[in-house]
Design a protein around this ligand. Structure first.
Ligand code: SF4
Length: 219
């Protein structure tokens, strides 16, 4: 009775838009998937449960940013990167502690991954490096909340512009491939856990691209 109604409410459609930039949050994603996203390829719909999980992540962000405001350290929140950049994104907060500025990136993790987390994930670290570089701030903090217990962990990260240079080089090449309609290869098995493909909404497009000459680069 209610479950079906709520599921319908959460069966939101999110449309991809053609773009000439990338999101800071997708820098460690499969390049082939980003290609399909940017090209607006047909994709499966996100199921209501996954949409509810995303919403829960958003609520954790809002709650922790509000707590940071309450303790009086926030200088700005939801700070957009400059739009002319190859990367777009929004840092969760910039805080000031003992006259030092930090970019804060808030994440949530399942109880299992929280327990074993002894440093920031590569995707979180790279995303934060983009913000540090673009906001010209030398350090950041990745604040992680466990979805099951609400425990917190935090990791301090120093700015490293070399990471940003490498990302810019990597994504300029991807942009060129997108503009020339060349589908990137599937990621190398050393760099990609292929069990992640079962959560990819573009699996069908990925399979089909194997059989077309245009754009097929040998996946
Ligand atoms: S199915 Fe896997 S390899 Fe293919 S686009 Fe999706 S994530 Fe990439």
């Amino acid at each position: 009775m209610l479950k079906e109604r709520i599921d319908d409410f959460y069966r939101k459609e999110d449309k991809d838009r053609e773009r000439d930039y990338f999101y800071a949050s997708e820098v460690t994603d499969c390049k082939r998937k980003i290609y399909f996203k940017v090209k607006g390829a047909d994709k499966e719909k996100l199921d209501p449960q996954t949409n509810r999980k995303f919403e829960r992540g958003d609520l954790i962000h809002q709650r922790l940013v509000s707590a940071l405001y309450s303790v009086g350290v926030v200088t700005a929140s939801e700070v957009e990167m400059p739009n002319q950049s190859l990367f777009h994104g929004r840092a969760d907060a910039i805080v000031s502690i003992n006259d030092e500025n930090y970019v804060v990136e808030i994440k949530s993790a399942s109880p299992y991954s929280f327990k074993t987390l002894d440093g920031p994930k590569e995707s979180w670290r790279k995303q934060l490096q983009l913000y540090l570089h673009h906001f010209d701030i030398d350090q950041g903090i990745i604040l992680v909340e466990c979805k099951g217990t609400q425990k917190l962990k935090e990791f301090r990260v120093e700015r490293d512009d070399e990471v940003v240079e490498e990302l810019e080089e990597e994504f300029e090449k991807l942009l060129e491939m997108i503009q020339k309609d060349v589908v990137p290869k599937k990621p190398d098995k050393d760099d990609w856990k292929f069990d992640k493909c079962k959560y990819c909404l573009y699996e069908e497009a990925c399979e089909e691209a194997k059989n077309t000459l245009k754009g097929f680069t040998g996946a």
